[in-house]
Design a protein around this ligand. Structure first.
Ligand SMILES: Nc1ncnc2c1ncn2[C@@H]1O[C@H](COP(=O)(O)OP(=O)(O)O)[C@@H](O)[C@H]1O
Ligand SMILES: [Mg+2]
Length: 325
C-alpha cells in the first residue's frame, strides 16, 4: 500500500507543485493520477521513489516512511515505467529487461526463465527479441519492453508515468487492454499517471484528479463520472460522461440488475456477447437501426434481447444507486 499523508512539494523559487495531498493506493489496486499538464502528477510520482524530495507530509510504503528507506534498495522494489521508455540503446532487449535481476545477482538460469515468462506475458516471442536492440523495435514494442523491465524483479509496487502517452490511439488501446489482462494476473499495487480521462476510466480502480497540486476528487471511476464533486471535475470529465460511464458496464451487469426482454427467434436479428460493454451495445443499436439485439453467453445460448430502453432504465437505476451511497 502507498499512503500519501498531507504531502506538499515546493520547488526552488517558491513553486508549489503539490499542496496537502492525501489518498491511498491499496494493495493490488490501480490508482490513476490525472489532471492538466503541470498539475504535479510527475512530481508526486517521483516523490514516492525519492527521485524528488518531500517538502512536507509523509509518503508511506507498506507502512514505512519512504524517507527512512534505503533509496537504492527501495527503487529495486518499485517498478518504474516512463513515457520515453528509458531503454538503453546499446543493450540487447534481454539485457534491458534483466537489469534489476542482474543487479540483484540472479543466476543465469533464473534470469532466462524470468525473461521467457515476461516476454510471453507482454506478448512478444522471447527468442525473436532476446538479442535485438531497442531501435529495431516499434514504439509499441519498446513500451511493452519497458513494462516487462519494470516487472522483472517482481516488485509489489509499480509507478507508471504516462507509459502509453506517446503512442498512437490504436496501439495505445491495445496496450491498455494487455495491461489490464496482465494486472489481473500479477495484481501489483500501481500508481499510474495519465492525462486522458478515457484511459483513467478504463484502467483505474480509483482516480485521483489533481488541479494545481491539489486533489479535486479521489474516487471510483463511476463516482467521478456520475457524481463530480465540483465544476472543475465535471468540466474535466467532459460532457459525454454518461457515455463514458457506459464503457464501464457490460451487458451482463445490466442483465443482473434488470431482466432482458423475452427471447426472440429471428434470423435477421443481430447478436452480441454478454461481456460486451454497454457503450458498444448502444453504438450497435444506434448504427444498425435495429430496435433489439440478441444477447448470447459464452456458449452461444440466447439469453434474451437488449433494447435502448433497457439501457436507459439500467443507467437511471445505476445513477440512483450510486447517489444513495
Ligand atoms: N525541477 C523543477 N524545478 C522547478 N519547478 C518544477 C520542477 N519540476 C516541475 N516543476 C513545476 O512543478 C509543477 C508540476 O510539474 P509536473 O509534476 O511535471 O506536472 P505534470 O506531470 O502534471 O505535468 C509545474 O508547475 C512545473 O513547472
Ligand atoms: Mg508529467
Amino acid at each position: 500500500m502507498i499512503q500519501f499523508q498531507n504531502v506538499s512539494k515546493i520547488y526552488e523559487g517558491d513553486v508549489q507543485a503539490i499542496n496537502n495531498v492525501s489518498f491511498n493506493v491499496d494493495n493490488g489496486e490501480v490508482v490513476i493520477l490525472i489532471g492538466p499538464s503541470g498539475c504535479g502528477k510527475t512530481t508526486l510520482l517521483r516523490m514516492v521513489n525519492q527521485l524528488e524530495s518531500i517538502t512536507d507530509g509523509e509518503i508511506r510504503l507498506h507502512g514505512n516512511n519512504v524517507k527512512e528507506l534505503n533509496k537504492i534498495e527501495m527503487r529495486r522494489n518499485i517498478g518504474y515505467v516512463i513515457q520515453s521508455n528509458g531503454l538503453f540503446p546499446n543493450m540487447t532487449i534481454e539485457k534491458n529487461v534483466m537489469i534489476v535481476p542482474d543487479l540483484l545477482g540472479w543466476d543465469r538460469k533464473k534470469q532466462r526463465d524470468r525473461f521467457h515468462y515476461l516476454m510471453e506475458l507482454i506478448g512478444l516471442h522471447p527468442d525473436d527479441y532476446r538479442t535485438r536492440y531497442p531501435h529495431e523495435l516499434s514504439g509499441g514494442q519498446q513500451q511493452r519492453i519497458g513494462v516487462a523491465r519494470a516487472l522483472a524483479a517482481d516488485p509489489p509496487v509499480m509507478l507508471m508515468d504516462e507509459p502509453f502517452g506517446a503512442l498512437d490511439p490504436i496501439i495505445r488501446n491495445r496496450l491498455q487492454e494487455e495491461f489490464l489482462q496482465i494486472q489481473r494476473e500479477v495484481k501489483k499495487t500501481i500508481l499510474f499517471v495519465s492525462h486522458d480521462i478515457d484511459e483513467a476510466v478504463k484502467m483505474g480502480d480509483k482516480i485521483t484528479l489533481l488541479r494545481k497540486g491539489e486533489v479535486m476528487q479521489f474516487d471510483r471511476p463511476t463516482e467521478i463520472l456520475n457524481h463530480p464533486k465540483n465544476a472543475f471535475v465535471s468540466e474535466f470529465v467532459g460532457q459525454d460522461r454518461v457515455l463514458k460511464s457506459m464503457s464501464l458496464y457490460s451487458i451482463k451487469d445490466l442483465s443482473q440488475a434488470i431482466s432482458l426482454k423475452q427471447k426472440v427467434e429471428s434470423n435477421d436479428t443481430k447478436t452480441i456477447k454478454e461481456d460486451t460493454s454497454l457503450r458498444i451495445a448502444i453504438s450497435i443499436l444506434l448504427n444498425q437501426e435495429a430496435d433489439q439485439i440478441i444477447v448470447l453467453d459464452d456458449a452461444g445460448n440466447n439469453l434474451g434481447s437488449l433494447t435502448l430502453d433497457l439501457i436507459e432504465q439500467f443507467l437511471h437505476k445505476e445513477v440512483k444507486r450510486t447517489e444513495i451511497k
